[in-house]
Design a protein around this ligand. Structure first.
Ligand SMILES: O=C(O)[C@@H](CO)OP(=O)(O)O
Length: 201
């Protein structure tokens, strides 16, 4: 039945600089370009019926690199606002280590990894998850039910929220869920949308 492949974009220039990114529209770093190429290699042999990314450059570029492979040249590609990274509010553009020195590591960990505490002026993971899951249920689930294979390139926190939803993780479990840049996670569903296989590539 339907296959869902979730990919985090390759390393961005802000990831490299250890800066809170959120909706800042930064490019991939050279390593991020390489990670996207590696994702394309890992997915060799997979068939996709549609591909999605957020509207942020780092996700669009990662998807562009993947679908540049001749095997995927004709896949319909969609760029979706709801797949944008968590809005990081006042923290966007600030250095994560400097903010930890100023507010303490414990507070920064809560802003970065808790489920329901929003960073100042930004979205909590719960809010990010709500918009991501709404899109997923409306646009992706019907295709998976129809047996289609779907590729989604998105971001660390949108994917943490989506994976929490798909895997029924608790808020405590999602605190510990880290997704690396260029990380690839595959789900296979049965006709009732039960997960029958998951794997990291
Ligand atoms: O800065 C961000 O937008 C995200 C992803 O890079 O960071 P964090 O891991 O702190 O949620």
């Amino acid at each position: 039945m339907g296959l869902l492949v979730l990919v985090r974009h390759g390393e961005s220039t802000a990831n490299l600089a250890n800066v809170f990114t959120g909706w800042l529209d930064v490019a991939l770093s050279p390593k991020g370009d390489e990670e996207a190429q590696l994702v394309a290699e890992k997915l060799r042999g997979y068939h996709f019926d549609a591909a999605y990314s957020s509207t942020l450059i780092r996700a669009e570029r990662t998807l562009d690199i993947i679908v540049a492979r001749p095997a995927w040249a004709t896949i319909p590609v969609h760029h979706i606002e709801a797949l944008k990274e968590r809005m990081y509010g006042d923290l966007q553009g600030l250095n994560k280590a400097e903010i930890a020195l100023k507010y303490g590591q414990e507070q920064v960990d809560i802003w970065r990894r808790s489920y329901d505490v929003a960073p100042p002026g930004g979205e909590s993971l719960q809010q990010t998850q709500a918009r991501t899951v709404k899109f997923y249920e409306a646009e992706i689930v019907p295709q998976l039910r129809a047996g289609k294979n779907i590729l989604i390139v998105s971001h660390g926190n949108t994917l943490r929220g989506l994976r929490m939803y798909l895997e029924h993780l608790t808020p405590e479990q999602v605190m510990a869920l880290e997704i690396v840049t260029g990380g690839v996670h595959v789900y296979r569903f049965d006709a009732e949308m039960k997960i029958v296989e998951t794997r990291n590539l």
